[in-house]
Design a protein around this ligand. Structure first.
Ligand code: N01
Length: 541
């Protein structure tokens, strides 16, 4: 960090927190298109966001190339993916390419974790401070920190006493952790736990997977891309992005047009088989429009998934735990992962499944993990794949205060309120891409972010063009959005499941609807409508 940054405030038009997909998109839109003076404050030492931090074994993206990427032609036209679902290392190389094209790093200040931010309505400016003493004053503040900025580690007794190696997946060392000849444990079977298990079970002497809820994982159908497919992919990229922007989940898959009840049982069987065989999130996106609304259609999808998965697991006890006959929750209401050979790992005699639903983990001991039946699993290395205090957890710890000095976390203690997931009443000129109350976790991230970045750019352009000092969303606009979100969510099966989508994975966190289930096209429409009645949506000063 240049020493001149410490002590004297840096004056900018906009300050962004985070150099992942959303921070970089916003930097590009505001700096290169609106010609504003913008910098990114990044907590880590490099760009990439979640793809910088998530170095855990097996980390790879679950959305396919080429659309899990910036939809900016100068960026995609000279980039080639080696696999349909690239791994973390390749995403690291991709971000270096993004930097070559968009010159991102020159406007990043690294190792600069924000610990305070407040807005002064007199001069209409944000003052943002970092833990290493940098102060930035800017008209616009964009916390672009993603939804996994705050890790979750259960407060088990003895965590500090464990004498082996233990890491949460989001603060994994940059150097590989060697598991050959070691006894290892993976706690948690979400997307992260599944990916680690798939790797470690191949190398470790013994692997213990601690499962509370089975992951209803779908076949990834990974493909290595040869030169021919790479050329073809490049030729189709513009079209694939266009198609993705029009779908609910931001992926280039056909959206189903008919309901479950409109098909015969034979047709349903064929649809499910086709989607399952073609891999990726197609099965989750659904072969019928009401997969996530209609309990009967949802159960049919679960039963087919369970049948196909159970065929792959030899041991009857493991089979009943990994793919039970009765669904643990409606299919797709927790994020299914994409797997390559996850289930086959459990056919090895040295890969064990520990049922933490029946026997919760009670504590860690110096040698391992103790469950409630008194068993102690002695291991050398533990991966804590226990997830995140998603979105609100990361924002709450940034020390951001509203115009009256109240912290964001405090403001949201009794419930999260936002204007279409992009602004919060009382926090003027602060924009939240890829955050709460938006399609965030139900969309292919970069495609959802692209629209939000455009929208934020358009709002700021208007503010600049009309010489407005600041805007603040009207509380009634935010309340109306909450009501609309709840109306949509209540038509779906999501609220029936305790998940991080509903804020229900963290003990003590208020369980409530945190994201928008209406899909990207509808979300975009609603944003445009709000923009068209600007002064009804925002208080202008
Ligand atoms: O976290 P999770 P994650 N005792 O919250 C278990 C994205 N992502 O890091 O389900 C025992 O899904 C918990 O059990 P349960 C993606 O959006 C993407 O895996 O609550 N177990 C669960 O199994 C994803 O959804 C990619 O019963 C405990 C696990 O820990 C999101 O990040 C890759 C426990 C947490 O799973 C988060 O995924 C990785 C306890 N006390 C992540 N507490 C790709 O695109 C928690 N668990 C590839």
């Amino acid at each position: 960090m240049p020493s001149t940054l410490q002590g004297q405030p840096l004056e900018l038009d906009a300050v962004i927190a985070g150099a992942g997909f959303s921070g970089i998109y916003i930097l590009h839109r505001l700096r290169d298109e609106l010609k504003l003076n913008v910098k990114i404050l990044e907590a880590g030492p490099d760009i990439g966001g979640t793809w910088y931090w998530n170095t855990y074994p097996g980390a790879r993206v679950d959305c396919p190339a080429p659309v899990y990427a910036f939809g900016i032609e100068e960026v995609w036209k000279n980039w080639t993916w080696s696999e349909l679902y690239p791994e973390q290392k390749e995403l690291g190389a991709y971000f270096r390419h993004v930097d070559d094209v968009l010159s991102v790093r020159k406007d990043c200040i690294f190792n600069a974790r924000i610990t305070a931010g407040h807005f002064n309505p007199i001069d209409g400016k944000w003052t943002v401070q970092t833990e290493n003493g940098i102060t930035v004053v800017a008209k616009y503040f964009v916390p672009a920190i993603g939804f996994t900025a705050q890790q979750y580690v259960p407060d088990w007794k003895g965590l500090e006493d464990f004498q082996g190696t233990i890491h949460h997946t989001s603060t994994w060392p940059q150097e590989p952790v060697d598991v050959r000849g070691k006894r290892v444990a993976v706690i948690g079977t979400g997307s992260t736990g599944l990916q680690i298990t798939q790797e470690w079970a191949k190398d470790a002497a013994e692997t213990f997977v601690f499962q509370r809820t089975p992951n209803l994982a779908l076949p990834m159908c990974q493909q290595k891309l040869d030169e021919h497919s790479q050329r073809q992919m490049r030729d189709e990229t513009a079209d694939l992005f266009d198609r993705s922007r029009k779908t609910s989940g931001g992926l280039p898959y056909e959206s189903p047009a008919r309901k479950f009840a409109e098909f015969s049982p034979d047709e349903i069987a064929k649809i499910l088989e086709g989607l399952y065989e073609s891999g990726g999130f197609r099965y989750w996106a659904g072969g019928y429009i009401d997969l996530l609304l209609n309990p009967e259609g949802n159960r049919a999808a679960y039963d087919y998934w369970a049948k196909r998965t159970r065929e792959r697991i030899h041991d009857p006890v493991k089979r009943d735990l990994l793919a039970p006959l009765e669904p643990p929750h409606p299919f797709g209401t927790k994020r299914p992962s994409l797997e390559q050979d996850y289930y086959e790992q459990f056919n090895k005699p040295n890969v064990h499944l520990v049922n933490t639903k029946a026997y919760p983990i009670v504590q860690l001991t110096p040698q391992g993990i103790m469950t409630d039946d008194g068993n102690i699993y002695e291991v050398d290395i533990i991966a804590l794949a226990t997830g995140f205090d998603a979105t609100t957890g990361g924002l709450a710890k940034m020390g951001i205060r509203d115009v009256n000095g109240v912290e964001l976390g405090e403001r949201w203690r009794d419930g999260v309120l936002s204007f279409q997931g992009l602004m919060v009443p009382g926090f003027p000129n602060m924009f939240l891409p890829y955050s709460i109350h938006a399609p965030t976790p139900f969309s292919n991230g970069p495609v959802g972010i692209e629209f939000q970045a455009d929208f934020i750019r358009d709002i700021i352009k208007k503010i600049e063009g009309e010489k407005i000092k600041f805007i603040d969303p009207r509380p009634e606009a935010a309340q109306a959005w909450k009501t609309e979100m709840e109306f949509i969510a209540n038509m779906t099966l999501f609220p029936k499941t305790k998940s991080w989508y509903m804020g229900a994975n963290i003990p003590g966190k208020k369980a409530e609807l945190l994201y928008y289930f209406g899909g990207i096209p509808r979300y975009r429409e609603r944003c445009v409508e709000a923009f068209n009645v600007f002064s009804e949506t925002f208080i202008l000063c």
